[in-house]
Structure formats: structure tokens, C-alpha cells
Design a protein around this ligand. Sequence first.
Ligand SMILES: [Zn+2]
Length: 340
Amino acid sequence: MSGVRLYEWQNPHPTEIAPLLTDFLCALPGPTHIKLSGRDGGRCRVVVTLLHGNEPSGLSAVHALLRQGVEPAVDIHIFIANVDTARTQPFFSHRMLPGERDLNRCFRAPFDTDDQARLAGALCERWQKLAPEALIDIHNTSGVGPPFGVVKFIADEHEALISLFTHRVVMTDLVLGSVMDLSGRFCPVVTIECGGAGSSESDRTALIGLTQYVSLDRVLDLKPDNVIMDYFHHPLRLELVPGVAVDYGDEALLMRGISLRSDLENMNFNYVEPGTRLGYLTGELIQVLQARTSQGEDRLADFFFAEQGRLLARVRMKFFMATNSPEIARTDCLLYFVPA
Ligand SMILES: [Zn+2]
């Protein structure tokens, strides 16, 4: 159906895995499907990572696991997606390559428009055929911050899968064309955001979670004992109005747009109090920013207001995925928020 090639690698021996993460990455011929045989060959689980080339924690966990030669409980299918993007120099610096679409926005038809859509289509097809009992997708957040899981709806299996990694759960019904949109179609799907890229803490979160996901006999009906899951419902995305400028710093821009405070990402998962200054606006608030619900209603004015050219929080909120990258702010969003 597609011209995109998924390379297959069956039961690699630990001695075949290069000791250095970047050497391991460079040895992959492209998007790769690694198959590990488990004790119970009648069941399987899927893990996908590196949909975004600048989010290495999932890959680093896969690498460590393969080097250790852990015996999986069930058959494990590992998909390493955006290999070419991740190894474009400097390593792990591009979310996607210039001119390409965000791969994690391509998991919906049509699957024949470009290489990203074809790869997403090939992955979907492969996953559906495998009929796994679960699928997890491992990412890093764009900015610094603690780990959390993302689900489309509350379900015991989702909670169990996320509890392997973290106790924070973000629930969202925004349909973006991400892997998570597949949840409920053929198996439970959760996205794990391990925290910021390049942090050993994030890598450790990924490795601890993935090791459990691979080696435990059961991962869907765990009753997390002394863990109380922390839920954040239906965050909204704070987005730029297309075509406006964005930057970070303490001076307003000369053109229509926003200059956000440069420590914005430090607000991730902390309370943002009413009246907190978030940046400087050039132009009217609604000409610069938007915050649409899944029904398309713009809720911006309920949560933010402008005063003397400053962007301020109207109510108490929590932010996540706040980024300090103008590129990600432009192509994805500035941050996610929920009222506290
Ligand atoms: Zn990502």
C-alpha cells in the first residue's frame, strides 16, 4: 500500500547493540520494527518512540533495555520512527525536518499525501495486524517539567499503563492526528511524556516504565497501591493566530505578535496565579492568540486578558508543555493549560 519501508530486526543480541546511543541510532537503516520474543508468545505489546526527532528518552530506554537483554513477558514490538530526523546533526535537535510535517499529526487519513502520512499509515496498518494488548508512545516534553501521561478517556487500563511511568494523567479529547487518537480502535493507547529532553531524570523515567511494560506479566489491571493518580481534564491549547510573530524576552515585538517571558517553561505543573504576567503583546489579544475547544469555541478571554500591552492570566491555572522554542510555539502551540 505504501512506499515507505519499515526495517525489521528480530531478537537482536545484546552484543549487537552499540554501546553509545548515537552509534545505535546511526546503525538503524531507517524507521525500524524490533521484535522481541516473550515467554508468552500468544500476546504482544507495542511501543513506539522517536516520532519526534528531538525527544530521545524513549530511544535511550529501548537502547538500555536491548543492551541488558531483558526477557520480555510477552512478545514486544518496538517501533523507532523518525530515525533520519533524530540523526540529522546535531543529534536530536529537530522535531521534524524542515519542510516536513509533524509525524505525530499524521495518524489520520489520508495516508498517501507525503512520506510522513505514508509512514504513519504503514505503522497503523502494522499495529492493527499485530492486535497488541496495549500500545504506548514515548515522548519528551518541549520544555522542562515533570513526566505525565496523556489519554483520550479515563479507563482502568490507561491508568495502569501510565502508572508504570508516572502518577500524572492529562486527559484530552482534542483530535490532532496523533497516535493517541487511535485509542480504543484496536487496543488501549497512552502517550507518555517523560519530561524535558536531555535530562537524565527523563531518561530514567522512560527506562523504569519501559522495563516494567516489557517484563511484567500483566500491565492492564495493575492496582497502583500507594499511588494516587493526579488528573488534569481537557487542557486547552494556547496557540498563535496563524502568521503572527513569537519570541521570548522582556521587550515587545515590533510586529504583530507576542514576546513571552523567557522562564515560561518553569511554570509547567506549577500554579499560575491570576494577574501573572506572561508576556508582551503587540496588537489586540484576539489578533495574536487563540484557545479553541474541540468544538471550535475560542475560550481565550475566559483565561487570559491584556492590559497595557501585557498578557496576563485571568484565573488560577496549571500549564503544561510550555515551550521556550519559537519554532515549536509557531508550528504546534505555546502551552496547554487547565483551570486550577
Ligand atoms: Zn513528542
